[in-house]
Ligand binder design. Structure first.
Ligand code: NAD
Ligand code: UDX
Length: 476
């Protein structure tokens, strides 16, 4: 079998790499319209950072896994084609700010219709609104050449960045939606056969196409809703003296609730949660279900509130002014083990601090410096990119980032931040020295003993660090 995947991004890359590793009898060609991206996939420095990906790509590349810009040949040769292109939120026109922009999916479908000379199974891997497969089918069938048959399947991807290889190797489930016709069933069987190379058959779930499309949006909405729920309670904890970690533990031990995705934070980021919930909201509004739309809107509103609340807390703690103060930002990616910054909470934190006149010293182990500058000078973030460039310094070492700063803000939960030498950091900072732990990963008791004034999410600390720095040792 020959497989082609259109879209060599965060999903297409790891998915095809694992498929190639597990299916030596299948030849997979991953194509992209970006020649730069394809060149990176063919180089030693892959375009995305994902633990374990390098090893898998090295094993399979040019054996049964090929990266190419020759989209035409790859489509012509393939029996099965994954569409794994981006589906961002529309930024203009109908549904602006909410609906998913399907222009890349549509252009992929049109390319297939134009190029195909034999039967194809077309698999929608991108996250799309319910009934998108129907639109793809319309495009393909309206442009169908005589004797060519198309089957359309929905096969949404559930991998999370930072754990993509493990998620793909040990998927909780693989979901395949298809048409309820004999040809549809056969197409589902063929795709299922690929996954059966490494996924137990009982974990391969088949549904109708629309259920499959909606299940993807629903899964992301549920996951994000848990984070917004615990984040809402983090505000209650800070106001009352309860500790959100203890609350999350107590709640999560109920086996009906479970402990995962209850980590209070500065707010969820990433390219999927907000986009997919906005898409769900748009669908609900179009279906005249305003109460359902309002329900899911709250998940996003709570996340925006959390990002704002954390940023404001920094300013208020620093005597209500950060003008000309230097602040170190540790972590810029939207989560650890990725270099991806799409929708990262760090952007909101930095934007707020920059608007208040702060100077930022930013360190992230995997995000490229140009990416941080691009994000912070984007027109949606600032009207004065030149001022931002002057106020931001990117560092390649955490100790140089924190030197002479008034405060240190943890925006991403990178493991390496836990083991830094905080005594050394304290000595190199201005006093009183503040730490704002937006990820709840540091040892706050220890930091207070060193002399820091500590603030975090979902737990209120007395100003012990500050008192110590004034020579007053509080009674514990
Ligand atoms: P991405 O932006 O990293 O990659 C998409 C790639 O598609 C880009 O390299 C782009 O150049 C290419 N492309 C777009 N149109 C093309 C065309 N017509 N021909 C050839 N190449 C084209 O996006 P991603 O993060 O991989 O996401 C892809 C889809 O998967 C989205 O629908 C997303 O919602 C979904 N998804 C993403 C994740 C994730 O963790 N990133 C997880 C699950 C699902
Ligand atoms: C998510 C889904 O998990 C995945 O199934 C889907 O395919 C794509 O979207 P991703 O966005 O890559 O994956 O990462 P995820 O681990 O879900 O984290 C998303 C955001 O939520 C991150 O900013 C993370 O830090 C945050 N988060 C996660 C929390 O704040 N608390 C938690 O308990 C879990």
């Amino acid at each position: 079998m020959k497989v082609c995947c259109i879209g060599a991004g965060y999903v297409g890359g790891p998915t095809c790499a694992v498929m190639a590793l597990k299916c030596p009898d299948i030849v997979i060609t991953l194509v992209d319209k970006s020649s730069e991206r394809i060149a990176q996939w063919n180089s030693d420095k892959l375009p995305i950072y994902e633990p374990g990906l390098d090893e898998v790509v090295k094993k399979c590349r040019n054996v049964n896994l090929f990266f190419s810009t020759d989209i035409e040949t790859a489509i012509k040769d393939a029996d099965l084609i994954f569409i794994s292109v981006n589906t961002p939120t529309k930024i203009s026109g109908n549904g602006k700010g909410r609906a998913a922009d399907l222009k890349y999916v549509e252009s992929a479908a049109r390319m297939i219709a134009e190029i195909a000379q034999s039967n194809k199974i077309v698999v929608e891997k991108s996250t799309v609104p319910v009934r998108a497969a129907e639109s793809i089918m319309h495009i393909l069938r309206a442009n169908q050449k005589p004797g060519i048959h198309y089957d359309i399947l929905s096969n949404p991807e559930f991998l999370a960045e930072g754990t993509a290889i493990n998620d793909l190797l040990n998927a909780d489930r693989v979901l395949i939606g298809g048409e309820e016709t004999p040809e549809g069933h056969q197409a589902v069987e063929k795709l299922s056969w690929i996954y059966e190379h490494w996924i137990p058959k009982k974990h391969i779930l088949t549904t109708n196409t629309w259920s499959s499309e909606l299940s993807k949006l629903a899964a992301n909405a549920f996951l994000a809703q848990r984070i917004s729920s615990i984040n809402s309670l983090s505000a209650v904890c800070e106001a009352t003296g309860a500790d959100v970690s203890e609350v999350a533990r107590a709640v999560g031990l109920d086996s009906r609730i479970g402990s995962k995705f209850l980590q209070a934070s500065v707010g969820f980021g990433g390219s999927c949660f907000q986009k997919d919930i906005l898409n769900l909201i748009y669908i609900c509004e179009n279906l005249n279900l305003p109460e359902v739309a309002a329900y899911w809107q709250q998940v996003i509103d709570m996340n925006d509130y959390q990002k704002r609340r954390f940023s404001q807390k920094i300013i208020e703690s620093l005597f209500n002014t950060v003008s000309d103060k230097r602040i170190a930002i540790l972590g810029f990616a939207f989560k650890k083990n990725t270099g991806d910054t799409r929708e990262t909470a760090a952007i909101t934190v930095c934007q707020t601090l920059l608007e208040e006149g702060a100077k930022l010293d930013i360190y992230d182990p995997k995000v490229e410096p140009e990416q941080i500058i691009d994000d912070l000078t984007h027109p949606s973030v600032t009207e004065s990119p030149e001022n931002v460039k002057k106020a931001v310094q990117i560092h390649s070492d955490p100790y140089s980032a924190v030197r002479s700063t008034h405060a240190l803000v943890v925006c991403t939960e990178w493991d390496e931040f836990v083991d830094l030498d905080y005594t050394r950091i304290y000595q190199s900072m201005m006093k009183p020295a503040y730490i704002f732990d937006g990820r709840k990963i540091l040892d706050h008791e220890r930091l207070q003993q060193i002399g820091f004034h500590v603030q975090t999410i979902g737990k209120k600390y007395q100003r012990t660090g500050l008192l110590r720095s004034w020579g007053i040792v509080p009674q514990l």
